[in-house]
Design a protein around this ligand. Structure first.
Ligand code: GLN
Ligand code: ZN
Length: 770
């Protein structure tokens, strides 16, 4: 295009959508509860969109198209699905009288109906954000069924802001989709590309007609290894942008590729008729000279500021990267590596953190300033020299600050030997545990948490506000523990739990009780839909000043003659659900957490606890996007778990818990954890996982879940008996444990009691037949 508008010198790939005070969450939940109507919801959404635009302009994103139009009511993949009509046939026709998928249809797909499960949810690349998985088959009919991104553009423009609207790109959309229930075996959603492209093209035409100068098509799937062959993906990328490039009256196109290096797909995009290409120059590499030569004529949007973690950018390093790109004679602009939807809004709100810690951090708003500073550097290095020097000084002071490096932790890690990562042979442990525990065959247990009642939440809130004393809070929690223990006795469980009432969250609880962490007050990040988490900040060397869980476990054990499980969160999960320091390898940080947990286990043993569960639900989550990087990850992650647990004596039974059932890729790693008992999710897949376990020859205790705790539905006794019948066909009965899929925290008591009763009775039935 001869009259290509210039791409803004400074931009962001995306901005948090949930609102500085989670206004969107509140509005959506009020809409679901029937407290506000669609018009009021729309008004609340508009206010958030305009608030974002105003804020970003104030922070320096003043050029046209610099403000990203990344608002979403729930999820960006669902947005794409509802624009192009990708509704699974199982929902019937959700279009309204105008042939559109309105907000009710949108939330139906996200949340399901009485008869239909919602779209499945899964992790967005290596983040803790979850998107909804479209279901595509030969039967899917694509058509333009929503105009929302165009309307959002028009509304912002009418209010004086020209945004750059965002859409998940067609190749990523189809690669993230799964085959529908109606599709034949082996069907690939990517085979529907030709049918999807005209709809995308029409949307671009509409955006152009509305006055948009730029549009952003997000293609992160291109930086991750896929099951589809590279040649097929290259062809799909080339074809997609050939079609979209030819869309009549379209805006200029930016293709964004966050989360890593494009590698083999860079030349494909370089040859495509798009005007700007974003590269992740933070996590990915700066392209080589040959690659840069291919990019001539396009604007390169260099993502040098990390959108996915919260550390102040090393501006000097970023400036050097930008200088390399500029020296190649390319038109360079500055952005974040990913959308900043993965970080909180504004660090200046965290006034409870020390000024020093705050100076090390950059949340979304601070990242805007960094991007603007770096853009200024490209024009005139002198203009940003002071800011760059300040960043370097702060990063240097961070490295030397107390608590960042603790010699005692480093010495202890340096002195570790292979023996610290290994327990005795399993046969030796098994014999010792049989003696110390004397459990029946098919022992019954639960995963840890019991329903978090409103009484528990209110007690915690009152304790946080100082309305009750610490002692009063402890008494309330102990009463709750006693109730939970009595219930398990009455239900006749073999191995008991204390129910975890004292934990706000399985990671934050440990972060609050370990040195080297801090927690935020307003640092909410969208996890999925209206759900947010508040990740802790792991900034320093990790130490444990005093025992964390022992008093609770000891008290719970005192209430019963049956074994009480100690309950800890594993090092990988603690890292995965926190913002983690970037100044040393993750494996070193994981081992520091591992040592703290190892000490906690020793204290639990000393207090008479004989079974200790170390949860690692996030082990699969951090798996790198490139296959070549996976072995190294699995190596350090498994080792940190082993370091946590290998100090236990033979007679102590170590459990672990993983909450997913796609086991295939990491089954060796799971085996490598060397836990005595592993509980896993299995109820939804009707015990499919036992086939994997059998094929692998998994030799230690295993508890495939027999109760899907994600829904209030109560599994009948016969159903559990049947699942156990399947399990004993594939796993020797002496290895088998009986438990739900996951913790019961989100369940109500009525369904929980009935389900657990059925679980125990079914076990007794199957035991009698052994
Ligand atoms: N022990 C935890 C619980 O029961 C495990 C939670 C999880 O796996 N996510 O709540
Ligand atoms: Zn779980």
């Amino acid at each position: 295009m001869s009259n290509t508008p210039v791409f803004p010198a400074a931009s962001l790939l995306g901005y948090p959508r949930i609102g500085r005070r989670r206004e969107l969450k509140k509005a959506i939940e009020a809409f679901w509860a029937g407290k506000i109507d669609a018009v009021e919801l729309d008004a609340a959404a508009k206010e958030i969109q305009l608030g974002t635009a105003r804020r970003l302009v104030e922070l320096g994103l003043t050029e046209a198209a610099a403000v990203p139009g990344t608002f979403s009511y729930y999820d960006q993949v669902l947005d794409a699905a509802t624009h192009i009509g990708a509704v699974p046939a199982r929902f019937g026709d959700l279009r309204n009288a105008d042939g559109q998928l309105d907000i009710n249809a949108y939330f139906t797909l996200a949340r399901g109906t009485v008869e239909q499960q919602p779209l499945e949810m899964t992790k967005w690349f290596d983040t803790n954000y979850h998107y909804l998985v479209p279901e595509i088959g030969p039967e899917t009919t694509f058509s333009l069924t929503s105009n929302r991104i165009v309307e959002q553009f028009e509304y912002a423009l009418a209010n004086g802001f020209e945004t750059r609207q965002y859409l998940v790109g067609p190749v990523t959309f189809l690669l993230l989709s799964k085959a529908s229930d109606d599709a034949p075996a082996g069907f690939s959603p990517l085979s529907r590309l030709e049918d999807v492209l005209p709809i995308y093209a029409e949307l671009l035409t509409r955006l152009g007609a509305a006055g948009a100068s730029w549009v952003q098509l997000d293609e992160p799937a291109l930086v991750a290894d896929q099951d589809v062959s590279l040649a097929e993906i290259q062809a799909a990328v080339a074809r997609s942008y050939e079609v979209l490039g030819a869309a009549a009256g379209r805006p200029s196109i930016l293709v964004s590729t966050p989360f890593g290096a494009l590698a083999e797909l860079l030349p494909t995009l370089a040859a495509a008729p798009i005007e700007a290409l974003h590269i992740d120059a933070f996590k990915g590499a700066v392209p080589s000279a040959e690659e840069l030569a291919l990019l001539a004529g396009k604007t390169i949007v260099a993502g040098v500021v990390d959108g996915h973690n919260i550390w102040r950018n090393d501006l000097a390093k970023s400036a050097a990267r930008l200088d390399v790109l500029k020296a190649a004679g390319l038109n360079i602009t500055v952005s974040t590596s990913t959308s900043t939807q993965h970080v909180p809004h504004d660090v200046t709100e965290e006034t409870q953190l020390s000024a020093e810690l705050r100076s090390w951090l950059a949340f979304a708003d601070q990242k805007v300033t960094e991007v603007v500073t770096l853009a200024a550097h490209l024009v005139d290095p002198a203009s940003s020299a002071a800011a760059i020097a300040e960043a370097s000084a702060i990063i240097a002071s961070r490295a030397a600050a107390p608590g960042v490096k603790r010699p005692e932790v480093r010495d202890r890690l340096a002195a570790l030997t292979a023996a610290d990562f290994n327990r005795s042979a399993y046969s030796v442990r098994e014999a010792a545990q049989e003696e110390s525990l004397a459990l029946p065959p098919l022992p019954t247990t639960t995963i840890g948490s019991f329903p978090q009642t409103s009484e528990i939440r209110s007690a915690r809130a009152r304790a946080n506000k100082g309305a009750i004393t610490g002692d009063e809070y402890t008494t309330l929690m102990k009463e709750e523990i006693k109730r939970v223990v009595d219930l398990q006795e009455e239900l006749d469980f073999d191995v008991l739990v204390h129910g975890e009432p004292e934990r706000n969250d399985m990671v934050q609880y440990f972060a609050e009780n370990l040195e080297g962490f801090d927690v935020t007050v307003h640092g909410w990040v969208q996890s999925y839909g209206s759900r947010c988490t508040r990740p802790s900040i792991l900034w320093g060397d990790v130490t444990r000043e005093k025992a964390i869980t022992v008093e609770w476990a000891e008290y719970a054990q005192s209430l019963t003659a049956k074994p009480m499980k100690g309950m800890l969160t594993g090092p990988v999960t603690i890292l995965a659900w926190s913002f983690v320091r970037d100044d040393q390898p993750l494996g070193d940080t994981a081992n520091q957490v591992g040592l703290a947990l190892r000490d906690e286990i020793a204290d639990l043993e000393a207090a008479g606890i004989k079974i200790i569960q170390v949860d690692e639900p996030a082990l699969r989550e951090l798996l790198p996007l490139r296959k070549a990087d996976q072995a190294a990850y699995l190596d350090w992650s498994v080792n940190s778990f082993r370091l946590s647990t290998a100090g236990a004596v033979d007679g102590t039974q170590i459990h672990t818990h993983l909450c997913y059932s796609e086991f295939g890729v990491i089954i060796d790693a799971i085996d490598g954890l060397d836990a005595d008992v592993t509980s896993i999710e299995a109820a939804r897949s009707r015990m499919d996982v036992v086939n994997d376990l059998e094929a692998h020859g998994f030799g230690r205790g295993v508890g495939p879940g027999v109760y899907d705790i994600h829904s209030p539905r109560v599994p009948g006794q016969a159903e559990v008996t049947e699942l156990l019948g399947t399990a004993v066909k594939h796993v020797p009965a002496r290895q088998l444990w009986v438990n739900p899929d996951c913790g019961l925290k989100t369940r109500g008591y009525a369904e929980t009691e009935e389900s657990l009763r059925n679980l125990v009775n079914a076990t007794k039935e199957v035991r009698a037949q052994l």
